[in-house]
Design a protein around this ligand. Structure first.
Ligand SMILES: *Cc1c(COP(=O)(O)O)cnc(C)c1O
Length: 449
């Protein structure tokens, strides 16, 4: 057994980390964790970090949550995992029932997968296949919004639009129709977010009008484009989109992988537009941040288009080895039980107000171009020149300075470029929000200097 102080060297000898230029670790510290509790992560020296981004947006009720721990341990003693074709188990059945109860009415069918990108692949394939089964084989294309993000596997990457992750792989990707995002950051001064969303919708309307004969579905992240820099837009866009999709006979895929489970103030972001998508993709917070699991909810209409004699070969022959993993389902059921039994959304309203108040002093900062918020997501957009909307050159890596300073001060804040954001677990305390804001302020001061 080596001492924890060797962990970094052992890690760097063999482990290749996600979304990382590994050479950065010649100067940026790699932090070996030994434990987590609530909003805190603890490293091998005992130093603690306030997890301000819910460990990449997955954690809802804290690390080592006693209730979720107990549920996973209990399930572990019964059944860890089993093939999910031809077999089922109580955790998956209960989870499907509960998801159907929570989701917009009419999403009665749950298809499980094991991560967010896989859920997007499922929705994309299902929509394409739905139209084939319905005798409309020309409907093969997808419409997406600029600056959208739907994951890293090739299909998910193709329907996403964050250049940093996508451009290099373009030769491998299917062609999609990209429509300008309703992102409210782009609105003219004086225009309301709703007016801006309505105006931007004309692009979507035109794309649907022109291409609907060959479009299977439109895919969107409802209300917040998270990986695209926490850019936000008005719910009226989703209302117009639902109405137009119905009019043009095109399906709607809502990717709530990041915004689902209370993040934007309602259980699902779609609720704020009072719409029901044809596919609702969920992952991340689904298991409270414990285990990989995802699900695509869809309608009986879609399900029925696949329900046929086997020999017609209309079935959805898609699977992942860990589909419906029992431990992950148990963690998800415990997570949803917390939503049922505690006033989570109500408490989040108070926490969200505290988040807003904690950064109020930054509104007048010369490099703060915007502070925006939807529920438990708050973003501070920094720019070199606010008046002219000039960003800093990406090569200056000013966001990294904030990340490093925050780590030093005991907080995990990981800016997207120079957009600093808070997306904490829902068990954060008001004074911890203030502490996070103090660290962010210090980081912003230092990065803008
Ligand atoms: C994270 C994310 C995904 C991909 O999920 P993974 O589990 O990381 O594959 C897809 N869509 C959105 C909106 C996400 O934020």
């Amino acid at each position: 057994m080596s001492s924890p102080s060797d962990w970094v060297a052992r890690d760097l000898a063999h482990v290749w980390h996600p979304c990382t230029q590994m050479k950065d670790h010649e100067t940026v510290p790699m932090i070996p964790l030994r434990s987590g509790s609530g909003v805190w992560l603890e490293d091998h020296t005992g130093k603690r970090y306030l997890d301000g981004i819910s460990s990449w947006w997955v954690n809802l009720f804290g690390h080592a949550n006693p209730r979720i721990n107990a549920a996973v341990v209990e399930q572990l003693g019964r059944l860890e995992h089993a093939i999910f074709a031809g077999f089922t188990h109580e955790p998956a059945i209960t989870l499907a029932e509960e998801l159907v109860r929570l989701a917009p009415a009419g999403l009665n069918r749950c298809f499980f997968a094991d991560n967010g990108s896989a859920a997007i692949e499922v929705a994309v394939k299902m929509s394409f296949h739905y139209w084939r089964n319905r005798g409309r084989p020309r409907k093969t294309r997808f419409i997406t919004l600029s600056n959208s993000y739907h994951g890293e596997t090739l299909g998910a990457l193709a329907v996403g639009n964050v250049e940093l992750y996508k451009s290099i792989y373009r030769p491998l990707l299917m062609d999609v129709i990209t429509v300008p995002s309703p992102d409210a950051f782009g609105r003219e001064t004086g225009a309301s977010e709703a007016d801006h969303a309505r105006r931007m919708f004309t692009h979507m309307e035109a794309a649907l009008e022109q291409n609907h004969g060959e479009v299977a579905a439109v895919i969107v992240e409802p209300l917040v484009q998270c990986a695209g820099g926490m850019r936000m837009y008005d719910p009226v866009y989703l209302q117009l989109l639902r109405e137009a999709c119905d009019r043009f006979d095109v399906q709607l895929i809502a990717d709530e992988i990041a915004v689902g489970f209370g993040r934007t103030g309602t259980m699902f972001a779609c609720e704020q537009a009072r719409i029901r998508p044809d596919y609702l993709c969920l992952s991340k917070g689904l298991t409270g941040g414990y285990l990989p699991l995802s699900v695509v909810l869809t309608t009986d209409t879609v399900y029925d288009a696949f329900y046929d004699e086997y020999t017609k070969l209309n079935a959805f022959l898609h699977s992942h080895s860990y589909t419906g993993n029992a431990l992950a389902c148990a963690a998800a059921n415990a997570t949803l039980a917390i939503f049922r039994e505690e006033p989570v959304l109500e408490r989040n309203r108070t926490l969200a107000a505290r988040m807003a108040a904690s950064v109020e002093h930054l509104r007048e900062h010369p490099h703060v171009a915007e502070i925006r918020q939807r529920g438990m997501i708050l973003a501070i957009e920094l720019m070199k020149d606010v008046a002219n909307r000039t960003p800093w050159p990406f090569s200056e890596r000013r966001g990294l300075r904030i990340y490093r300073l925050a780590l030093d001060r005991g907080a995990l804040i990981r800016p997207l470029g120079t957009t600093v954001y808070f997306m904490p677990p829902y068990v954060i305390e008001p004074d911890e929000i203030d502490a996070l804001a103090r660290v962010a302020t210090e980081g912003i001061e230092s990065a803008c200097a």
